[in-house]
Design a protein around this ligand. Structure first.
Ligand SMILES: Cc1cc2nc3c(=O)[nH]c(=O)nc-3n(C[C@H](O)[C@H](O)[C@H](O)COP(=O)(O)OP(=O)(O)OC[C@H]3O[C@@H](n4cnc5c(N)ncnc54)[C@H](O)[C@@H]3O)c2cc1C
Length: 424
């Protein structure tokens, strides 16, 4: 089924660049609308961010990463070489405009605007994702059991109260739990947690890689053409048929083009003159296939900034935010550091056969994805920059992109996600 560029269908209705969870969800939605679709990826079989994430449908995460006071905390974390945040200082000059924009986001008014925009996406996630899971056969490993955020100290719990109250305003359902209730719900946790927050609407899936495979197979079955190749640039010379320029100059043309290349999307946007601030927020994890404990749901460790998810393929302990660009080799000591935390707070886990992984979260400084048409070329639609929430927002992004492709008015205002916000 996979073709080389020169053989590719030259005039699909839609060319989707990127075969991660976002590109495939866009392709799936467009195919269901009756469009002909070509999907291009540089390596359909290889690893990608969408394969190794924590598997959380994290609909409660409707506030941006940048909050007041984070900069002070961040400086403390940076001093710890294996703490939750790290920066390769060689990457700083390239990342500087991103960090400055990140800092500007931490003002009260912008924080509220961004939160409302995140909630608009997150509050409709199940309406979009359940039909996609049903259609691709993913319901058997979709676990709607909530999630539990745990706190070691009363101080940290008290410090987060304002944000929890605001999240409730945004539509997030949660309730506080005592130390005893935490033990009752998740007995394999070390008995050190004094406070908990139960998140009713968070859910998780059994294996993010399996989901990508199921979605890709379904997209193929619905008739998409697959083209293997690295897209170097977009070419708008023919206004009626924009082209994706691959490798040695072959062109894959379509009436509309969807850019869904995750953390690699900025250069494709730049090739038609659209500026975006996008960086790789590199995350790590360790998956323990024979963990031997009975965790029932995803647990978020509030102070230590990591999570543990009981996937079908093992217990995945993950987190970390490393800014080192797209090319630096992984530093798997971060996976080891996460495992050490896991062993401390889930003391009975068995780490035999543990597998390390690193992936590139496509991160914007304001935590909002880029969804919408290029201001320069309405035939080009962006769908990238989902940061920590790409799995969660995949089907919703696909549905919104399909609305744009079909000329329907999307169910939510897309202005907050427009690439125009980076043009100044
Ligand atoms: C440690 C970690 C934990 C996470 N946990 C969660 C979670 O629990 N819940 C959640 O919702 N999200 C989570 N995320 C985030 C989520 O994984 C990402 O937001 C999501 O996978 C991004 O999907 P994508 O399709 O945009 O990118 P990708 O999966 O990176 O796909 C991009 C695709 O584009 C292709 N590509 C790139 N450049 C080109 C080019 N020039 N030409 C052709 N093809 C190209 C790549 O080969 C790739 O297939 C996590 C991320 C990490 C790192």
């Amino acid at each position: 089924m996979t073709q080389h560029a020169q053989n590719a269908n030259p005039t699909s209705d839609v060319v989707v660049i990127g075969g991660g969870i976002i590109g495939l969800a866009c392709a799936w939605s467009a195919l269901r609308d009756g469009a002909s679709v070509t999907v291009i990826d540089r390596d359909f079989e290889g690893d990608r961010t969408s394969h190794g994430n924590a598997g959380g449908i994290a609909v409660t995460e409707s506030t941006p990463i940048a909050v007041n006071g984070l900069f002070t905390k961040a400086l403390k974390w940076l001093v710890d070489p294996l703490g939750p945040l790290s920066l390769d200082w060689k990457h700083l000059p390239a990342a500087w405009p991103w960090f400055m924009a990140f800092r500007r986001t931490a003002n009260k008014e912008r924080f509220r605007e961004i939160s409302l925009a995140l909630a608009s996406l997150n509050n409709r996630v199940y309406d979009d994702i359940v039909p996609m899971f049903e259609d691709v056969g993913a319901m058997d490993s979709f676990y709607r059991r909530g999630a539990l955020t745990v706190y070691e100290t009363g101080e940290a719990f008290a410090a987060d109260q304002h944000e929890w109250a605001f999240k409730r305003e945004l539509g997030v359902r949660w309730h506080a739990m005592s130390a005893d209730e935490i033990r009752e719900y998740e007995p394999s946790l070390a008995p050190v947690f004094r406070h908990g927050v139960f998140l009713d609407d968070w859910s998780h899936i059994g294996d993010p890689k399996r989901l990508v495979t199921q979605l890709r197979d379904r997209v193929k079955q619905l008739g998409a053409t697959f083209v293997a190749g690295t897209v170097q640039a977009l070419d708008l010379a023919d206004a009626l048929a924009p082209a994706a320029v691959i490798g040695t100059g072959e062109r894959v043309k379509g009436r509309r083009m969807v850019v869904a290349t995750g953390a690699w999307s900025a250069s494709l946007a730049a090739s038609i003159g659209d500026r975006v601030l996008l960086d790789s927020e590199r995350g790590y994890n360790m998956t323990l296939p024979s963990h031997g404990i009975g965790l029932s749901r995803e647990v978020i460790f509030a102070e230590r900034k990591f999570v543990a998810t009981p996937l079908d393929i093992g217990l995945r302990i993950g987190g970390a935010a490393e800014f080192a660009g797209l090319e630096a080799p992984p530093n798997y000591q971060r996976s080891e550091a996460l495992l050490a935390l896991g062993k401390r707070f889930l003391p009975d886990i068995n780490d035999a056969g543990a597998v390390k992984w690193m992936g590139h979260r496509p991160a914007t400084p304001d935590s909002l994805p880029v969804i919408g048409s290029s201001p320069r070329a309405p035939s080009v639609i962006y769908a990238f920059g989902h940061g920590h929430l790409g799995l969660t927002q995949s089907a919703t992004t696909g549905a919104l992109v399909a609305d744009l492709l079909a000329g329907r008015t999307p169910g939510i205002d897309l202005e907050p996600y427009s690439i125009k916000r980076f043009q100044n």
